[in-house]
Design a protein around this ligand. Sequence first.
Ligand SMILES: O=C(O)CCC(=O)C(=O)O
Length: 296
Amino acid sequence: MMKSANREKLEQQGYCIIPGIFEQSMMEKLNQWSGKVLENVSENHRTQFKAQGCRVDISDYPDFSEIIGHEALAALFDELDLGGHVFSCGSIISKPPSSPALFWHQDWWGWDDPMSYTDRIPQVNMMIYLSPTSADNGGLRVIPGSHRQKHSIHEIPGEYGSAMSRVEEPDHPLYQLWEEEYAIKVQPGDVVVKDARLLHGTYSNASNEDRTLLSLNFNPNYSGLPAGMQSRIKKIFMREWKFDGHSVPNDLQMVQWPELYRGKIEHLFPSCADDVTPLNFNFSPDLDLLSRAEHS
Ligand SMILES: O=C(O)CCC(=O)C(=O)O
């Protein structure tokens, strides 16, 4: 199969932007459901996740099954040759008006496995922004190519779900502008497809509106992944782990969703034998291996 231009871009730059795949009625529903979610967010959560704004696990809200299992997303996985995928986790992320930047980081946790240093894409993050989003209102910024190549940001320690999320040191270099950064601009209905290994962050939200997105993580060709990685994905999916300070109102698992919702996405649930040891969580790439990968 010939690679699509979007697939080429995803491989080379670590992301691609697909314009207008969701119709307006879908976006209206997403806005309505997200509005309900945001009403339930506690002040404590917002304090713990000041850099993100807030970050609510989608497993607590079965309404969203319609978007996770949406046929336009399924078609996109086919177009990008990312089929055989499973869903691992997702969030509703919302930055309130006048809120700070999200620090630079990457989302991949599987750096202990050598496969992470190859062209094989272990996880993609499908990002669906609910309003026009750019550098002025907390838009996404990325370092193109950093999913496969070492960048100075990799050398700066910064942990998700920590003092960085609480913005205890606003002058920290991980909140600042970097010369190589690229500002992503999107409209409602677009999807940003991001390799989970890509360095990214956001601008501050200088507008007077909430800036909200759905962030959905999937693992392409799940059956071809190493067993330990599959096992970790299943644990993430089953919520058998916690971030520090991660408080959610319901704590539901998707397998517990009523049939009406679960039925739309059950084919995307990861399965794996119970006796497999999950791959260790390691969010820090080995920089020697990453710089070698850069030249391979
Ligand atoms: O808020 C955003 O635009 C992106 C958030 C994100 O990528 C993250 O929290 O890892």
